[in-house]
Design a protein around this ligand. Sequence first.
Ligand code: NAI
Ligand code: MG
Length: 486
Amino acid sequence: MIHETAFSFDPGRVFIGGKWQAPANGRHLDLINPSDGSIICEIAAGDETDIGLAVASARAALDGEWGRMTAMERGRILTKIGQLVLDRVDDLALLEANDVGKPIKQGRNDAIALARYLEFYGGAADKIHGETIPYQNGYTVYTLREPHGVTGHIIPWNYPMQILGRSVGAALCMGNAAVLKPAEEACLTALAFAEIAAEAGLPEGALNVVPGLGETAGAALAAHPGVNHVSFTGSVGVGAMIQSFAAQNIVPVTLELGGKSPQLVFDDADVDAALPFLVNAGIQNAGQTCSAGSRILVQAGVYDQVLEKMSAAIAKLRTGPAVADLDVGPLISERQKAIVEGFLGQLEGSAFIAAQGQLAENVPIGGYYVPPTLVAGVEAKHVLAQQEIFGPVQVVIRFETEDEAVATANGTEYGLVAGLWTENGSRQMRLAKKLKAGQVFVNNYGAGGGVELPFGGVGKSGHGREKGFEALYGFSVLKTVAVRHG
Ligand code: NAI
Ligand code: MG
């Protein structure tokens, strides 16, 4: 499959110190195409030995060519990587279609976003700096922003390109050397990225990529005493483990752990303007999106109208193989499909399925398809309104008053993103402050969107900020220098 693209990497290898090598233990894992359940290829089952080599090579890079580069030189390389990514958008989208099951146009969007991260952080590299601080007479005090050193990046399978772009991009911008552990379910674009980065002139060891299982390669990376900062995107349970590993090593972590993000639609909202956002925020990437705006809270006066219009739109959506490039692709795995169907099996009380999309004709039997589903009449405390489903399921909850809407919106353990649909300016400002979320979108909703926009959660959605300039503070450490000169 890779030979259909411009890439030449061997997916069965790890990328360490600028070289493609067999995993130390010689073991491999099957990589599955979610559109039909077939095996695409074997990938390396890296383990703690490979992680140890990768951390050592990152350390050597900091002491070598990479560590000596100026910020301007780092920026130039990142910008070049971004250009090469843009040249390969179609190839990257094809890899992602086969690996993640992402419809081609969604894979293209991800590849373009990856390029944008590299452009943004390429441009930012020489524009972030310390300060001078007024202090006592006879002193000059200034601050330096320095890299942490070796950064560990554990990323999931849902947006491999976007998540590696935001995390590795910002880390390299600040002069860290990165070790990336992509998800065992989907790691082809991470390997392709390593090939592109090398071609762009990234010095050896600045980026190392070790595919493998979470409990072996991932845990080894998170626990490695030579890693100075860990960034993780994935489930809450694993995030908690990552934080406890980091506690042992006393190193900072950035955790992005998903959510149950609400979109609040008030009686005075422009419902037709909201509609595509209400629908897309739940089905983008088949709902396997940390920031999916999948909890739709609707005020009583427009409830019937919103439900009717969303139902009509969702009933038209078509689900099928990624390369068919329909509205919705398959879920990542048999397991993820079972999780989503398990949620749909828990409808009780007033909750009911208001609409369901269609499966395309002749979808391959072995694919992991769940058509987009709209569940209405859901009580705020219902399991479907509380837990992250991570599938193309949107729940609609009715509310009467603004206070009730805020209480419901804030009434989960998560707090990643919130969307607000209202024409009332005072309410926009008031609720933007009251909503428990790392990002609030007013009269728009950008699941995962906005390379420039700081992103991250509160509560069980995690902590730390990625994206934008803010990420650069997280991926660096401040040193204060006080010079007494009389
Ligand atoms: P996961 O948290 O197990 O996997 C995410 C990454 O962590 C992968 O690279 C995996 O290899 C790694 N990992 C797993 N166990 C590890 C360990 N013990 N030590 C270090 N690294 C480890 O998530 P999974 O199993 O893929 O999905 C389960 C659920 O998690 C989903 O249904 C969804 O609700 C949530 N999730 C949220 C994501 C987000 O974007 N915030 C992304 C993926 C999953
Ligand atoms: Mg897992």
